[in-house]
Design a protein around this ligand. Structure first.
Ligand code: S1T
Ligand code: MG
Length: 540
């Protein structure tokens, strides 16, 4: 077996299901082995940001490793933003980059694709990955690969693997997985005691499920834990979509001043807020009506648990959840859950379309045809997603990069085989929407709802005087056919409903529904968010 085959087997053994990539001359040798070995299917896309987003979303969708394969320099550095997004949002993404051979490094010539030094790329990826390795020693490679892939899964963060192009065919031993690390049982029991005591003392404890609950495949167990403890559950903005397929006492998504008042009150009025795998960031907590004293919360994140001023290091989330479940054998404590009511029954008339109409139409569609997984971009489309029935959702809810939606939808369909609904604004579509042109080759057929307000509307909302937010009208619908899909522009609610019904009935080709939204018309959720942010900043 050669070095790349050993790497590919190890990736598959650690939970990779496919590779997304774009080759280059530094990468052709290892791409050839990927294609010929057939160990993992390879999907090439058109631009490296899309490769990174698709691989990230595939990891989130199938709960395994995402793999993004690129060439040195122009390829890998083109993907930095997508890898940074994966790092920020704890997505287990493996970056494979071709690299200069050892001999070339000694040529004395500056190499094409080289920035400052030949090592600059490796150094840049240190900042957005939890471990890195250059496979320049075939004898050491199996242990290096085992270490890096174990770290990727343990931390649920990206890692970087550079493959010098003169190393790919060298004989290499198989990779043996690192032994799993056991948590300190005494510390675990002490921590479980303290958490349960804290929750028992609280008058109104609440469990907030964060993205680590999904990344470590704990949704089923956390839903059971919540039922046994009789704990109401909420998600954060970033955690939207979590527990959608599980029997959890889910009250909704916490968004502070931008969210549903009853959910805001439940969280901000809690004297026992349990943040389980939740990233404590501004998109999740900055718009709190009343500042949550995070020191009084129970936080389990990044393998450590913090209760007030007590810290328990090295307690992986899976061990903690198992430890808690062992102490609460059941039966479930019944909880009267007041589930949020999502808008339904859109009137299919000649009225113009608002983002909330889109959410209503999608809720009607899913009520008829069943839930669909959603990939959303950043923009009002993501705020609109909060008004759609709770369903699986991949979105940059914290890092907030644009360009994620379309490639993520492709990654989701490649990873799960499910037909996704993609929500994307016109500005974000201009960035990576063209990846839809790759659907035909791979038989992907997402339904794309393009929110076309001809504007960087989120920015205009906060700075209306700037005319640079005007994007003008692009004929997105007309471009679909040339890319192998079907496109339609809709301006009334009747047209929207007809287009969704037609798209649902059409398989095998992507369906692009360009929704014309009048300038300044926002989703109900974004309106509350903007009003809340302005109100909070006025009092500061
Ligand atoms: N570039 C990238 C890659 N990501 C970003 N988030 C931004 C720039 C800044 C930014 C936003 S929201 C926004 C930009 C440019 C406008 C989005 O326009 P569009 O996709 O049309 O959606 P909508 O019209 O609903 O706003 C965030 C605040 O950083
Ligand atoms: Mg827009």
């Amino acid at each position: 077996m050669n070095l790349v085959e050993s790497l590919l087997h190890a990736l598959k053994d650690h939970g990779a299901r496919q590779i997304f990539g774009i080759p280059g001359d530094f990468a052709l040798p290892y791409f050839r082995i990927i294609e010929q070995s057939q160990i993992l299917p390879l999907y090439t896309l058109s631009h490296e940001p899309g490769v990174g987003f698709a691989a990230d979303a595939s990891a989130r969708a199938h709960l395994g490793l995402g793999v993004a394969a690129v060439t040195y320099g122009a390829g890998a550095l083109n993907m930095v933003n997508a890898v940074a997004a994966a790092y920020a949002e704890k997505s287990p993404l493996v970056v494979l980059s071709g690299g200069p051979g050892k001999g070339e490094a000694r040529s004395g010539l500056l190499l094409h694709h080289q920035a400052k030094t030949l090592d600059s790329q490796f150094q840049m990826f240190r900042e957005i990955t939890c471990d890195q390795v250059k496979l320049d020693d075939a004898a050491r490679a199996p242990a290096d690969i085992a270490r890096v892939l174990a770290k990727c899964l343990r931390n649920s963060e990206p890692v970087y693997i550079e493959i010098p192009r003169d190393m790919v065919n060298l004989p290499c031993a198989p990779v043996l997985r690192e032994a799993p690390r056991a948590a300190d049982q005494d510390a675990l029991e002490a921590c479980v005691d303290e958490i349960l005591a804290r929750l028992a003392q609280a008058q109104s404890p609440v469990l907030m499920a964060g993205v680590e609950v999904r990344r470590y495949d704990l949704e089923e167990k956390v839903a059971l834990l919540a039922r046994r403890l009789g704990l109401p559950v909420v998600t954060s903005f970033m955690g939207r979509g979590l527990l959608a397929e599980h029997d959890a006492p889910l009250f909704g998504t916490y968004m502070g001043v931008a969210g549903l008042p009853e959910v805001t009150q439940l969280v901000e009025g809690s004297d026992g807020l349990f943040l389980l795998g939740e990233i404590v960031c501004d998109t999740n907590f900055a718009v709190s009506e009343t500042k949550i004293d995070l020191r009084k919360t129970i936080q389990a994140l990044d393998g450590r648990v913090t209760l007030g001023y007590h810290v328990y290091p090295d307690l992986p989330l899976a061990d903690l959840v198992d430890g808690l479940l062992r102490r609460v054998p059941g039966p479930d404590k019944p909880l009267a859950v007041r589930r949020p009511v999502y808008p339904r029954g859109m009137t299919a008339d000649a009225a113009g379309i608002t983002p909330t109409d889109i959410a209503t139409a999608v809720n009607d569609l899913m009520a008829t045809h069943g839930k669909m997984p959603i990939a959303s971009d950043m923009g009002d489309c993501l705020f609109t997603a909060m008004e759609i029935e709770h369903t699986a959702l991949v979105a940059p809810g914290y890092y907030a990069t644009m360009g994620y939606g379309v490639p993520a939808g492709l990654g989701l369909q490649a990873a799960t085989g499910q037909r996704p609904l993609i929500l994307v604004g016109d500005g974000a579509f201009q960035m990576t929407g063209w990846e839809l042109g790759n659907c035909r080759r791979y038989g992907w057929d997402p339904i794309v709802l393009l929110f076309n307000n001809a504007s960087w509307e989120m920015l205009r909302t906060f700075q209306p005087e700037s005319s640079f937010n005007d994007l003008g009208h692009w004929g997105f619908a007309e471009m679909a056919a040339g890319m192998g899909g079907d496109g339609v522009r809709v301006g009334t609610r009747a047209e929207l409903k007809a287009a969704l019904d037609r798209a649902m009935a059409t398989r095998g080709r992507f369906q692009l529904i360009e929704v014309t939204i009048p300038r300044g018309v926002l989703s109900d959720t974004l309106q509350r968010f903007v009003a809340g942010v302005k109100r909070l900043s006025a009092v500061k």
